[in-house]
Write a protein that binds this ligand. Structure first.
Ligand code: ZN
Length: 82
């Protein structure tokens, strides 16, 4: 989940727990593919484990997703050579 302003308050949106720098696995299910990125730096709630990503990480991930969208649709529109 991408909530940058929560990081400024350093308080979990769900349980008001304290957050710590850590790493987490980012996952997203798109229509044509499923993506898991391991060891993404994030603030992680000590209490419930909810991860919050920083702006730079969000930008980089969104960049990657845009690229993946283009490249997967390129694969899907390929024609088999007979
Ligand atoms: Zn929490």
């Amino acid at each position: 989940m991408f909530i940058v302003e929560v990081i400024n308050r350093m308080e979990c949106l769900y349980c008001k727990g304290k957050m710590d720098k850590g790493k987490t696995t980012y996952s997203i299910n798109r229509r044509s593919y499923h993506l898991f990125i391991e060891d993404v730096p994030a603030f992680v709630c000590k209490q419930c484990g909810e991860p919050y990503f920083g702006e730079e990480e969000v930008d980089a991930i969104q960049d990657l997703i845009q690229d993946m969208d283009k490249k997967t649709s390129a694969i899907q529109t390929m024609e088999l050579a007979a």
